[in-house]
Design a protein. Sequence first.
Length: 267
Amino acid sequence: MNIFAEALNAEREGKNFAIATIIKSEGSAPRHENSKMIIFEDGSIKGTVGGGILEKKVIMESLECIKNGRTKVLKFVLDSKKENSLPMICGGEVEVFIEVFKKRAKLILIGGGHVNFAIYNFAKHLHFDMVIIDDREEWANTERFPEAEVIVDNISRALDGYSTDQNTFIVIATRGHLFDREALKIAINKTAKYIGMIGSRKKVKETFEALKKEGIEQEKLNRVYSPIGLDLGAETPEEIAISILAEILKVKNNATGKSMKLEGEAE
């Protein structure tokens, strides 16, 4: 089996997976160095690192790594007579490197104006697959957004027809609040990890009230990050873009967004 060909196919199919590789093997062990196994999110595997208890443990650890998006090196003692060992009698030791491969997050920017243009330019360095949706070709084109998928169409129709999942992040920043509201009506019914809409507190309240009068449940509106972004005192499109991307990364990475500054004197 060609593990690398299997991994390439998995990437093309947009799957999340991990590759477990034995990087060190001493004494008696089921498999030796460079043995590899692919582990998918559903627990299925291709290849093997030795079967039995060791492999089951590697699968469990790999699934946790996929969930958290973290790589890890694990050391296993295969001798039940020793402390902190697996219940095995091989007597050897192995180290396993678990490397995670997750499909790229998709960032859908509704509107091709100044703020989303700034977001696009920063997000290019954050490994997002980007989509620009606008109904104005002069603002949404491949010359302006060469590294994004560009859709020029009625905004609501285009967004409604676009496939999304839990790895999708949507930013609504069109040329006016009425367009924002219509886009939001579509967005809140789609699967996405993040939905954000630009606007002042007054505009957001008015938009939410209008949507509730149209029958949109408060529970759905609670999904929306609006006013959008972290409070950084942002004013320029570039500063606003940074505050929005900071909030997106906070959600994407399940982080707190708090300052990491140490309090008090260092010891």
